[in-house]
Write a protein that binds this ligand. Structure first.
Ligand code: 13P
Length: 210
């Protein structure tokens, strides 16, 4: 448990160091046996310690600690619905949030879009932070995906563990930057369904090799 608390703190700090979050923006959770360990609400990462992490039951009941992240609903709902997922990260990173404010799905502008599980990264409609509606929109946008954008809000990235979720978050932020940059210069060329299908097959081989 102490190791998980330290890992959650480390990932929260990395999100800030990588420019994906700042101040109290964003939050993170990790599966802890049958329960969920989540970052506290409204505490800047720079002031957070491992002991501030909050242990929740999957219905959101606080088992240990203080006030959980206001986004506990989507963290719990995702970890309940997606047995293969072990960690959930939420960011207000600049380029993903730009696309989320434009309310754009990110199409197959670059083959690495496949890393999030499909041929696009979906963007949800807007909902107030912390509300059940936001969680429902997020679950829908995350169907067969490991990332989505939250309309006028930010990004969610998932992984089997914290490391995978963080690497997906970094990649999605890069993809949103590339999409934004190409839109400034003109009309980006979007890869076809067949091209993305081929990439997904190649990824299977790639992951076997790594
Ligand atoms: P918390 O500090 O409650 O986690 O909220 C931050 C946030 O990003 C809400 O979407």
């Amino acid at each position: 448990m102490n190791e998980l608390r330290a890992a959650l703190l480390h990932t929260s700090r990395r999100m800030v160091e990588l420019g994906l979050n700042r101040g109290t923006a964003g939050n993170a959770s990790v599966r802890c046996g049958d329960n969920i360990l989540i970052t506290p609400s409204a505490l800047p990462v720079s002031e957070m310690g491992g002991q501030d992490m909050v242990l929740l039951a999957t219905d959101g009941k606080v088992l240990q600690g203080g006030k959980p992240s206001s986004e506990w609903r989507f963290h719990c709902d995702i970890l309940k619905a997606r047995g293969e997922i072990g960690a959930v990260l939420h960011m207000h990173s600049p380029f993903a949030t730009t696309m989320a404010c434009l309310r754009r799905n990110v199409p197959a502008v670059h083959y690495m879009v496949a890393m999030a599980g499909g041929s696009d990264i979906r963007c949800t409609p807007y909902s107030v932070f912390g509300e059940q509606e936001l969680s429902e929109h997020a679950l829908e946008a995350l169907r067969d995906r490991k990332a989505c954008l939250l309309g006028n809000h930010g990004m969610i990235a998932l992984g089997r563990d914290l490391d995978e979720a963080l690497s997906i978050a970094v990649e999605v932020e890069f993809l949103c930057e590339i999409y934004w940059r190409t839109l400034q210069a003109g009309a980006p060329h979007i890869l076809s369904a067949q091209q993305m299908h081929d990439v997904k097959e190649k990824f299977v081989e790639y992951k076997k090799c790594s």
